[in-house]
Design a protein around this ligand. Structure first.
Ligand code: UT7
Length: 343
């Protein structure tokens, strides 16, 4: 059975920086830099311009990951796209990305499978497990895994929505998961879910159980009420569960590998809240110098946080072959996961 290793990483965030003060000054939200920073560690986030979608951000990250891996799009055998902010309800962002990468054109067209992953902040880890299994089974030699989000279009950027809208930002991260005979790569992945909490963090937009699924006015125009149009979050419940499940995911990962936290050289925690990550790190005795963060500059980019962290660490020379890396995440669903990688 081949091993599955990360042969290339890439990242992309939109140019437009929106600071906490900009939320007050440009959007009129009743908040302060101090409130957001003290509660979450966030200082700024990036917002994409209108007309830009998750597959556009994903394409830029993907091309960088392919270049780093020394591959062309036509070398890919599969695309996985983790996002909670796809262009459409259906189809998913994966097929948009496939077309943007030029895989559908000409005599060399390669109609590789494109699978969207709907697991929110755990999407990258669910994707990494899927990519690893596809490579280890021999079905694929190179799998492109993208986590990309365009949150800015779907945030209630008013005081009513401040609890959620001050947290999220746009961006994309990508990795190529490739087959190798070398003794390296993804050593294991662990995923979990608890559907009892599906409504605690969700963005409904509609409920397909209703007839019609979106209320219509007398002209047949759909009317989406603000309570379901925007994301809903019971923050304290999410915070508590995130700490508990992330600790559990780390312990499961280390126990399964017969290692301790001290054997890990670099920790890539999902970036939802700096306080959550500090709590988990303190509980498990993980030293600050082994943790990397990007929440202060990008906010919560959901499926993109972990691949963005990995890409930045590689490009800064903090993540090099031979290192043992742990990635851990938690999010809506609830869903969570972890992975141990010998880079
Ligand atoms: O990746 C997805 C997973 N998501 C998370 O992991 C998020 C987990 N939860 C959290 O990080 C925290 O719950 C938050 C940072 C979102 C909120 O912190 P909190 O301490 O739980 O605050 P809260 O929601 O209980 O709100 C406390 C007060 C409220 O005012 P009142 O009702 O006490 O008067 C809120 O209206 O803070 C108010 N508030 C704000 N004030 C200024 C909420 N958001 C803001 C804001 N600026 N942006």
């Amino acid at each position: 059975m081949p091993n599955a290793y990360i042969s290339g990483t890439g990242g992309y965030v939109p140019e437009r920086v929106v600071t906490n003060d900009d939320l007050v000054e440009q959007y009129g939200i009743d908040t302060t830099h101090e409130w957001i920073h003290r509660r979450t560690g966030i200082e700024a986030r990036r917002f994409a311009e209108a007309g830009v979608g998750s597959a556009d951000l994903g394409e830029k990250a993907a091309r960088r990951a392919l270049e780093a891996a020394g591959l062309q799009p036509h070398d890919l055998d599969m695309i996985l796209f983790a996002t909670l902010s796809p262009e459409y309800c259906f189809p998913g962002s994966g097929v948009f990305l496939q077309e943007k990468l030029g895989l559908c054109e000409g005599v060399n067209a390669k109609f590789v499978p494109a699978l969207d992953i709907r697991n929110q902040c755990s999407g990258f880890l669910y994707g990494l497990g899927t990519a690893t299994a596809m490579v280890q089974s021999g079905a694929c030699k190179h799998v492109l895994l993208v986590g990309g989000e365009t949150h800015s279009a779907a945030l209630d950027l008013s005081t009513r929505g401040r609890t959620v809208s001050s947290l999220f930002g746009d961006g994309a991260g990508a990795v190529v998961v490739s087959a190798t005979d070398e003794d390296r790569g993804v050593r294991g992945w662990w995923l979990g879910a608890d559907g009892r909490y599906a409504d605690v963090l969700c963005q409904r937009v509609w409920d397909i159980r209703n007839r019609p699924f979106i209320p219509q006015d007398e002209h047949g125009v759909g009317q989406v009420q603000p309570e379901i149009m925007w994301a809903h979050m019971e923050g304290k419940k999410v915070f508590r569960a995130a700490v508990e499940r992330m600790c559990e995911a780390v312990i499961t990962a280390c126990t399964s590998q017969g290692i301790t936290g001290e054997d890990i050289d670099l920790w890539c925690f999902h970036q939802a809240n700096m306080r959550i990550n500090q709590y988990v790190a303190n509980t498990l005795g993980i030293p600050e110098e082994k943790l990397i963060h990007n929440i202060h500059k990008y906010g919560n980019t959901t499926a993109a946080t972990i691949p963005l962290l990995m890409d930045e660490a590689v490009r800064e020379g903090r993540l090099t072959p031979g290192m043992k890396v742990a990635a851990v995440g938690f999010g809506s669903g609830f869903t969570w996961g972890s992975a141990i990688i010998d880079w």
